[in-house]
Design a binder for this molecule. Structure first.
Ligand SMILES: Nc1ncnc2c1ncn2[C@@H]1O[C@H](COP(=O)(O)OP(=O)(O)OP(=O)(O)O)[C@@H](O)[C@H]1O
Length: 421
């Protein structure tokens, strides 16, 4: 067949240019900073409801400003987006208020860093651009300065006290009342509105019942993320920070399934993003332009404090559980896949038994051993459910590196065989 070449298009480049661009192209990250914890994303997938709740709590600032001093409590487990939600709300609400001609400021105080009453107030003053005289002021003087500053400029402020329980525990209830002024009806004070962030409302037990009751009625509770929600969040954040083609849905799903609350994980978006970041960095360090499941396993191992080191967990396991675990590791390495079916693990187990001169156990016993390993958190086993031919058990190992694990298991099994265990 005669080959006809189309008209040489103008965008064709010299071959050296194509190669040079490829060599220069950073392989994974197009913007690392958009994966950093401090980065405030443009979207917050699966937090629309909570954003709407905050907007309705603070709506008075653009309808009847000064009518009340609002106080809202955001709670949720670590990594559920409490800080991001408050900062995104602060950023967007103040912009939208300004478009309507209202001057609303936003300040975000980290009470883990600023634990004393004076430091919290000074940080609020700094963020609201309150000119502070050089001589030392008392907390009350500083606070009054802030209120008068807002009054003079006819501004209102939404102030988030993040990790509020640290401040409350260190500085005590009097300091909290000083800031929150539950009973303060003075009009000037209504220029301040508050968002308190605490992991657990129980930690606010020191508050008097009125304040506590008020905050619990103005509560925005963030639930831990499910694996599907984390997949969506990872997809969005990866799209912002990594090059197309440097990751795929299987990698994101692997992380999301590990961390998803519905799959026994912590539902922690920070941890999921950290795993993605570490996996991307290790692929890049090895000069590869694509993240593999193995990169993710290594990242999970290096970032997951809660995973017992495998050696502790399997030290006293029966030898055939170890042979099954080794079969899983070998097969995951061979196939490069993220999950295995029970049947193929069993085939690999029979071959591994033959290699070590062991008589393989029957199916029911093998299944029992797999369930033991899953109950111990050493592997993850789930039923395939719909979408697969027949129901099967799907098995994966959420951590790595597999080559290190394989060597370790081989040594452990040889030792147990020598000892006749
Ligand atoms: N819905 C979401 N969409 C996009 N990114 C999110 C979402 N939720 C959380 N994140 C990201 O996950 C990370 C953790 O979020 P954040 O720090 O807000 O959690 P947190 O609940 O305040 O955690 P902690 O209690 O540890 O302070 C941040 O990088 C944040 O940008």
């Amino acid at each position: 067949m005669s080959e006809s070449f189309g008209v040489v298009s103008l965008e064709n480049k010299d071959t050296w240019k194509i190669i040079e661009e490829e060599l220069e192209k950073p392989s994974i990250f197009k913007s690392r900073e958009s994966l950093s914890p401090e980065y405030i994303p443009g979207q917050l997938p699966h937090r629309d409801k909570e954003l709407k709740a905050l907007a309705s709590y603070f709506k008075h600032l653009v309808t009847t400003p000064g009518s009340i001093s609002q106080r809202v409590l955001i709670t949720g487990r670590i990594g559920t987006g409490k800080t991001a939600l408050a900062k995104v709300f602060g950023r967007d609400f103040t912009r939208l208020a300004a478009e309507k001609g209202y001057k609303v400021r936003y300040a975000h105080v980290n009470c883990h860093r600023n634990r004393s009453l004076y430091n919290v107030i000074a940080d609020i003053g700094r963020q609201l651009d309150v000119p502070v005289p050089p001589r030392g002021l008392s907390s009350k003087e500083m606070y009054d300065l802030i209120l008068n500053h807002l009054d003079e400029r006819d501004e209102y402020a939404v102030i988030t006290l993040d990790e509020f329980h640290y401040f409350a525990n260190i500085s005590g209830p009097d300091a909290v009342y000083f800031i929150v002024r539950t009973y303060d009806a003075e009009e000037l004070f209504r220029r301040l509105n508050f968002i308190f962030i605490a992991i657990d409302p129980v930690k606010l037990g020191f508050l008097d019942p009125t304040t506590e009751g008020y905050l619990l009625r103005h509560l925005v509770k963030l639930n831990p993320y499910t694996s599907q929600q984390l997949f969506d969040i990872l997809k969005y954040r990866a799209g912002e920070s990594m090059y197309e083609g440097s990751y795929d849905d299987e990698v994101l799903k692997f992380i999301a399934d590990f961390e998803g609350w519905d799959k026994g994980g912590g539902g922690n978006a920070r941890h999921a993003l950290e795993i993605l970041h570490v996996a991307g960095s290790s692929a890049e360090a090895e000069g590869r332009s694509r993240i593999t499941i193995e990169d993710v396993r290594k990242a999970i191992m290096s970032t997951s404090r809660e995973i017992l080191t495998v050696s502790e967990a399997i030290r006293d396991s029966p030898i055939h559980e170890l042979l099954i675990l080794l079969s899983i590791v070998k097969l995951l390495r061979k196939t490069g896949r993220s999950e295995l079916k029970m049947g193929e693990v069993e085939d690999e187990y029979n071959a591994v038994c033959e290699f070590y001169g062991e008589v393989p156990r029957k199916h029911t016993q093998v299944y029992e051993y797999v369930m033991n390993l899953s109950r111990a958190g050493i592997i993850q086993a789930r039923s395939s459910g719909k979408g697969q031919r027949g129901r099967s058990t799907l098995i994966t190992l959420p951590y790595g590196p597999l080559d290190v694990l394989e060597r370790y298991l081989d040594e452990l099994i040889r030792k147990k065989i020598q000892l006749g265990l």
